[in-house]
Design a protein around this ligand. Structure first.
Ligand code: E4P
Length: 218
């Protein structure tokens, strides 16, 4: 499973990229708004990591989505355009794939049927929002498992992104389900490092090193 960072904060993205564990970035209008920067400049800086970066516009109708996708794709390298899961969005994904060769990330997907439609239209990525589903009382990860099973069964080419991740456990479960990608907020990436036994082990080994140094020949 690939890990993307779900962030528009350049410091977080650079830090995670330096760890060497991320294969891409997903942004959304809420994450971009939080940065209070010129969007084109911000996206340009983010795309310097030279990995797929998902960016969402504001259009709703297919014609507008297609025009806007062409513009957004020109804001940097490796841009994937996020398209919302609507009939107009599906129309746009079909045209962007067949006539413009622009990669798409079908966003705001909450059901197996929506994921199927996105895959049929040829979306590069399909983003299932697991945390937001959990919030409504639906088991989001069960929906992920069903989607993966169906995509594998029919050899559908779209990659499934598990999005709206709220806990490190979500990442583990996405990997067990066989998701192609988990897009993870920086805070959760940091939490993935943590284990109390690692901390205790480092403390003990550091103390023992002091004993080693005492015995070492001067
Ligand atoms: C990713 O593509 C989504 O925009 C993001 O994961 C949404 O997460 P949220 O539900 O925490 O806003």
């Amino acid at each position: 499973m690939k890990i993307f960072i779900d962030s528009a904060n350049i410091d977080e993205i650079r830090e995670a990229n330096e760890w060497g564990i991320i294969d891409g970035v997903t942004t959304n209008p809420s994450l971009i708004a939080r940065e209070k920067k010129d969007i084109k400049q911000l996206i340009w800086e983010i795309t310097e990591i030279n990995k797929p970066v998902s960016v969402e516009g504001s259009s709703k109708e297919a014609d507008g989505l297609i025009k806007e996708a062409g513009e957004i794709a020109g804001w940097g390298r490796n841009i994937v355009v996020k398209i919302p899961m609507t009939p107009e969005g599906i129309k746009a994904v079909t045209i962007l794939k067949n006539y413009h060769n622009i990669k798409t990330n079908m966003t705001l997907v909450f059901s197996v049927n929506q994921a199927l439609l996105a895959a049929m239209a040829g979306a590069t990525y399909v983003s299932l929002f697991v945390g937001r589903l959990d919030d409504t009382g639906v088991d989001g990860m069960q929906v992920v498992e069903d989607i993966i099973k169906i995509f594998n069964h029919y050899h559908l080419k779209s990659e499934v992104i598990v999005a709206s991740i709220r806990t490190p456990q979500h990442v583990t479960e996405a990997a067990i389900a066989g998701a192609h990608v988990a897009t993870v907020p920086f805070k959760i990436l940091e939490q993935m490092f943590n284990h109390p036994l690692t901390d205790a082990g480092i403390k003990k080994f550091t103390k023992d090193w002091e004993e080693i140094e005492k015995c070492a020949k001067k």
